[in-house]
Design a protein around this ligand. Structure first.
Ligand code: KG4
Ligand code: ZN
Length: 354
């Protein structure tokens, strides 16, 4: 018998955020978010200037059950009413992934319910479906997170073709590493963006790597070196204005490349819809530049809501709901309670790990 409705609990624990959410889905129509809870480990990792994997895993263990209770309480439903438990299978930190996966599978075994291991990037990619004006397929997606920078052709749920990606650092990494050079804390993206608000984006000439390469690949490793060279030229005590100018110039270099490559991808696919997802998708300068460029070309741009750009449980529950609706989840198969996480898992190899 085909299930007519599905209540899904989603657990995200791939890096430095523990997120849990409850979503209700019918066979058709956009699934509804009933409740969500989130804990960010940023404050804990700040002292180390980056994510410490062992600390991340331990903190996920501490947080995941109280967060599950909080999400269920907000959704006003019991654990017993959950039909399916979804968790992030990968990519991400192995130990951190194991916490979410272990808890999800244990709870599911206790309840006698099935589980679904979700691809973290598919979660990001489908997160705009949690906004009031969800996109329609097909679209080109710009995935910009701390670990990934990719352009994808998305024809349907589960149908992802890689068009181009970074050959070295991700866009989020470029933000984070440049922020470190500028003496800003972790995570550097939001801090650099805030400092850039007061700076002149044309003050420093910085490279736009692979801007005219003719393909859809990115390279950001050279940018942080260029930022370091410029920063060292400012001497031992740079003024606040010169730091802001360098931050603004760095942001402009990253944004220019992301916008140009996105437009090239849209053009090459004859597409008129762009979906932006991942932590860097929260960047205001990127949003403004993409909006302006796309408006001029009659291209619709969709973003996740700001608080859903970075990691969260809702996007994992949503990806599970959309996969179920698309018939990509076999509800007839008896639940399996063994599990494996996939710390490295390319999105276009998503079917290898399901
Ligand atoms: O998607 P995400 O939460 O985690 C990964 O899956 O990697 O993305 C985190 C990344 C970090 O590099 C962070 O600095 C960046 O997104 N980020 C931003 C902004 N907010 C988060 N970068 C630029 N501007 C922002 N406002
Ligand atoms: Zn992420």
């Amino acid at each position: 018998m085909v299930a007519v409705g599905m209540r899904i609990l989603g657990i995200e624990s791939s890096c430095d955020e523990t997120g849990v959410a409850v979503i209700d889905a019918d066979a058709h129509g956009t699934p509804r978010l009933l409740g969500a809870s989130l804990h960010s480990q940023i404050a804990m990792h700040q002292a180390y200037g980056g994510v410490v994997p062992e600390l991340a895993s331990r903190d996920h263990i501490r947080r995941v059950l109280p967060l599950t209770e909080a999400a269920l309480a907000e959704a006003q439903c019991s654990l017993e009413s959950i039909d399916l438990i979804a968790y992030t299978r990968g990519p991400g930190l192995a130990g951190a992934l194991l916490v979410g996966a272990g808890v999800a599978v244990s709870m599911a075994a206790g309840l006698g319910r099935p589980t679904m291991g979700v691809h973290h990037l598919e979660g990001h990619l489908l997160s705009p479906f949690l906004s009031v004006d969800p996109p329609e397929f097909p679209f080109v997606a710009l995935l910009v997170s701390g670990g990934h920078t990719q352009l994808m052709q998305v024809d349907a749920v589960g149908s992802y073709t890689l068009l181009g990606e970074t050959i070295d650092d991700a866009a989020g990494e470029a933000f984070d590493k440049s922020a470190k050079v500028l003496g800003l804390g972790y995570p550097g993206g939001p801090a650099l963006a805030a400092l850039a608000e007061r700076g002149d984006p044309k003050a420093f000439k910085l490279p736009r790597p692979l801007l005219h390469s003719g393909n859809l690949d990115f390279s950001f490793a050279g940018l942080k070196t260029a930022v370091m060279v410029q920063f060292n030229k400012l001497g031992p005590s740079p003024t606040e204005q010169s730091r802001a100018d360098l931050a603004a110039s760095t942001q402009a270099a990253i944004v220019d490349v992301l916008v140009k490559k996105s437009l090239t991808a849209l053009e090459s696919r004859g597409a008129n819809r762009l979906v932006v997802a991942g932590g860097v998708g929260a960047n205001r300068a990127l949003r403004m530049a993409l909006d302006t460029a796309c408006q001029a070309r009659a291209i619709r741009v969709h973003y996740p809501e700001l608080h859903l750009c970075t990691d969260n449980g809702a996007m994992i529950a949503m990806a599970a709901a959309l996969r179920w609706q698309a018939g990509l989840f076999d509800t007839e198969r008896p639940p399996q309670y063994g599990f494996q996480v996939r710390p490295r898992w390319p999105l276009d190899a998503i079917d290898d790990g399901a």
